[in-house]
Design a protein around this ligand. Structure first.
Ligand code: S3P
Length: 175
């Protein structure tokens, strides 16, 4: 039995490289919803790229901007959205609380570390993906928190369209 309905926001979460943005945009198109990437909201609010926010303001300031972008988004949304979080957002308790208060459906996009490493290699716009040891440590620390999501969908293999189909099917049949 699925407690979620067509009016609930769908929130995609998972580590860097798990496909949140790609799957989210495709899923939104499939469900005829608006897609919002939380990192874009943060950049718009800060007037800087994420990497600059980390560099100039530091990670703590980034996390505050992230939490505010999420609460603002959830407060203002007047239609059910598909939202892609940044990889660290769901690891923050305050964000998990905002999401629970909004009764959003949370979906963890689950992929193994080696696949994520490969996908993020050389992409310098992700400040937390530059140091391989830190990348692996964050991955391990966050796994139990990601698993608090309502649903888990594997994105380590297959195409983004496969993941979208799996989500859409489950969403349709669960209402
Ligand atoms: C972060 C992931 C990034 C972005 C920021 C921090 C993280 O988002 O929010 O660089 O802490 O894992 P993506 O997961 O979309 O790359």
């Amino acid at each position: 039995m699925n407690a979620h309905g067509v009016n609930d926001h769908i929130i995609l979460l998972g580590f860097m490289g798990s496909g949140k943005t790609t799957v989210g945009a495709l899923l939104a198109a499939r469900l005829a919803r608006q897609f919002i990437d939380l990192d874009d909201c943060i950049e718009a609010a800060a007037g800087r790229r994420i990497a600059d926010v980390f560099e100039v303001l530091g990670e703590a300031a980034f996390r505050d901007l992230e939490a505010k972008a999420l609460t603002d988004l959830l407060a203002k949304a007047d239609t059910p959205l598909v939202i892609a979080l940044g990889g660290g957002a769901f690891a923050q308790q305050r964000n998990r609380e905002s999401i629970a208060a909004a009764r959003a459906l949370t979906i963890f996009l689950d992929a193994p570390l080696d696949v994520l490493k490969e996908r993020c290699a050389g992409l310098l716009h992700r400040p937390l993906a530059r140091d391989p040891e830190r990348f692996a440590r964050l991955f391990n620390e966050r796994q139990p928190l990601y698993r608090l999501a309502a649903w888990t969908i594997g994105t380590g293999s297959g195409t983004p369209e496969d993941a979208v189909s799996a989500i859409a099917q489950r969403f349709d049949s669960g209402l």
